[in-house]
Design a protein around this ligand. Structure first.
Ligand code: URA
Length: 204
């Protein structure tokens, strides 16, 4: 058996998706980041390169993050609800999502982000367990296990609806990301203040 095949099947056998995927796509970005982004599942490019959001959707996501002042390489940890590409990019089934949910929970626990961006309805439903449409959920904070989460439109949806008009999906998403950036800045400032108080307290 070729080495690549052995590696692939050894890494994950939780569900049958590993039989058709080239490899398990775990994450990209900074594991120490305070911001985590969760998408749906790897696509063809992600499956080939072994990293999430590296195709057209990912490029748009990175562009929008940079537009609001979030460094898309250093300030984020990116992963997906499901780690193996579903055949023909179909939506993962509930069963497949439930198999990989413990892995997602473990990633969240290890990275320990302050804020989680949920890109698209699959990520929202998987983590929050809510079924409302993304149009009503996006742009509002939802709390999960003591963390702030922000649902946004999936970047693939923005690519299919490319209007630049104010009030269109892209401009709404920019607004949602700006809310994330502002909250991140606030938490960072509060954290620095607290550290300073502890520091001064220790020295006096
Ligand atoms: N879409 C996703 O949800 N995740 C990826 O990694 C790529 C496209």
């Amino acid at each position: 058996m070729p080495a690549e095949k052995t590696k692939k099947t050894n890494v994950c056998s939780i569900c049958h998706l590993s039989n058709t995927a080239s490899q398990v796509v775990v994450s990209r970005g900074n594991p120490l980041a305070r911001l985590m982004i969760i998408g749906e599942a790897p696509g063809a490019k992600e499956d080939a390169l072994g990293a999430p959001f590296v195709g057209r959707s990912g490029k748009l996501l990175d562009f929008l993050l940079e537009e609001v002042g979030i460094n898309s390489k250093k300030a984020v940890f990116v992963c997906n609800a499901i780690k193996c590409r579903p055949p023909n990019n179909r939506r993962p089934s509930q069963k497949e999502l439930s198999y990989s949910l413990p892995w997602l929970h473990q990633q969240i626990e290890l990275v320990d982000p302050w804020i989680i961006i949920l890109a698209g309805s699959t990520a929202v439903q998987t983590l929050l367990g809510v079924k409302e449409p993304i149009t009503t959920l996006r742009g509002n904070w939802h709390h999960w296990e003591g963390r702030s989460t922000m649902p946004i439109f999936h970047p693939a949806f923005l690519l299919r609806n490319p209007t630049k008009l104010k009030g269109g999906p892209t401009s709404l998403t920019k607004g949602d990301l700006l809310k994330v950036k502002n909250r991140l800045d606030k938490i960072t400032t509060a954290q620095s203040m607290q550290e300073l108080i502890v520091d001064i307290g220790c020295k006096s």
